[in-house]
Design a protein around this ligand. Structure first.
Ligand SMILES: [Zn+2]
Ligand SMILES: [Zn+2]
Length: 188
């Protein structure tokens, strides 16, 4: 992961100087922040600027600052079956140790404090995206779209087509029998 410059004015950056490296000290962080851009995948994600409710406990431990709690996010996207807009919410669990900058680490990918600052944004991105549904649905039994005309079958459950033919015959109807085939060439 590229090194990000931590912006101390970011709402997702928490100053832990009050913990003063005294193990056992803790600090509650309850705040509503606005979502940064680009948390999500193609079908669903967190709308930029939407409110994220953080409810976190920052605890000073020997290695650094342990952050535990939850983040409530809004989600917006499209149903993978019928493409209708979806709006929902998600609550993700946060548990991450931010190690002191001067501490030797076994794990080179471990999160670190930047001075006294904890930057929650990379963690938040990871935990929200991992929790997103791979195939979001407007409802568990979404009927999807008609494969022939694209009508939404949720709003039109008895949907049929007048000239409904067996789809196997419909496929044959698309063949042009007059065109020459390799077999014809051999016969000539
Ligand atoms: Zn749907
Ligand atoms: Zn149809």
């Amino acid at each position: 992961m590229p090194v990000r410059a931590v912006d101390p004015r970011s709402e997702l950056v928490v100053d832990t100087h009050e913990l003063a490296r005294r193990a056992g000290q803790s600090q509650q962080v309850r705040r509503i922040v606005s979502a940064p851009d680009g948390i999500g995948v193609a079908m669903i994600g967190v709308p930029p600027g939407s409110p994220i409710a953080l409810d976190l406990l920052m605890e000073s431990v020997v290695e650094g600052v342990l952050v535990t709690g939850t983040a409530q996010v809004k989600l917006a996207g499209s149903c993978a079956r019928c493409l209708e807009q979806i709006e929902s919410e998600d609550s993700v669990v946060i548990q991450e140790l931010y190690c002191y900058p001067d501490r030797e680490l076994d794990d080179p990918d471990a999160s670190r404090l930047e001075g006294d600052l904890v930057d929650l944004e990379p963690l938040l991105r990871d935990v929200v995206v991992i929790d997103l549904p791979f195939n979001p649905k407007c409802r568990p039994d979404c009927a999807g779209l008609c494969p022939r005309c694209g009508a939404n079958l949720n709003s039109d459950p008895g949907h049929t087509h007048d000239a409904d033919v067996d789809p196997r015959w419909a496929a044959l109807g698309g063949l042009d029998v007059k065109s020459s085939t390799p077999a014809d060439d051999i016969a000539d």
